[in-house]
Design a protein around this ligand. Structure first.
Ligand code: URA
Length: 260
């Protein structure tokens, strides 16, 4: 069952979202979308609110087909105070990279370094992610990198439900604008948020999931790899996951061999 507070959060976030869309020129939602669609069990997760890119024709279109640019979405966020993280952040961390990326990485939320610079994954975990991207034969500028929340949770705690609810409409709009061929979620909070499930990341990783027509690969968070070491089983699990991503994108898979 959806609890009353989850429903209120969803209504509040949906109301704000629709207001913002109106301001940014979106001219309506289909009349046949019922309230039940927003309040059913599956709307607990943001996955169910994502209108999807429409490749397989099966998604419910939430909005008219007008394409939003990332600049428009950033402008619409403004000096965001939609949740309590706005009061404590230094810089809002929107996302970085290619607006037409084939591959998007979604992390959890900015840490101290990201808060300082206004860019995702620029600290130690960012170093690990950068090395992974390079190991995949790609450049940071080729992909798009963002988080489920755009402002630093104090003390690097996990983002709270109301914060994710306030921020996720913007993440969904970013994903819809980019329309990538693959999404990689880094760690548990990002994977749970986009997939709307509670399975442990160790069970989720390694298999493509469907995010409204977009293949989504959950994998371990770079911070976890920092703790477990560069030649750990988890590191090689992540490499296996990225190998599958490269194969799906029909990109060459660089040869890597495990140090004994
Ligand atoms: N960890 C995250 O999940 N995101 C960042 O941007 C940095 C560290």
């Amino acid at each position: 069952m959806v609890t009353h507070s989850v429903q209120s959060d969803l209504w509040a976030s949906l109301g704000a979202y629709l207001e913002e869309l109106k301001e940014s020129g979106v001219d309506g939602i289909p009349a046949n979308l019922s309230t039940a669609y927003f309040l059913n069990e599956s709307s607990k997760n943001v996955a169910s609110e994502f209108p999807g890119p429409g490749q397989n024709g099966s998604e419910i279109p939430l909005l008219s087909e007008k394409h939003e640019t990332l600049e428009q979405i950033r402008k619409n966020l403004g000096d965001c105070q939609r949740c309590k993280l706005g009061a404590t952040r230094k810089n809002l961390v929107f996302g970085v990279g290619n607006p037409h990326a084939r591959l998007v990485f979604v992390g959890e939320g900015p840490g101290a370094d990201e808060d300082e610079k206004g860019e995702p994954f620029v600290g130690r975990a960012g170093g690990v992610l950068n090395r992974l991207i390079v190991a995949m034969g790609l450049k940071r500028e080729d992909v798009y990198i963002c988080n489920i929340v755009k402002c630093r949770p104090p003390g690097n705690r996990d983002p709270e439900q109301d914060e994710v609810a306030a921020c996720s409409p913007f993440l969904l709009r970013q994903l819809r604008s980019i329309n990538p061929e693959v999404i990689v979620t880094l760690g548990k909070p990002a994977s749970h948020t986009l997939l709307g499930c509670k399975e442990p990341i160790s069970k989720l990783r390694g298999k493509f999931r469907d995010f409204h027509g977009i293949p989504l690969m959950p994998t371990y968070h770079p911070s976890y790899l920092l703790r477990s070491g560069g030649n750990s089983d988890s590191f090689w699990d992540v490499w296996d996951d990225m190998t599958q991503v490269l194969q799906l994108l029909k990109l060459p898979v660089p040869e890597k061999s495990r140090k004994k």
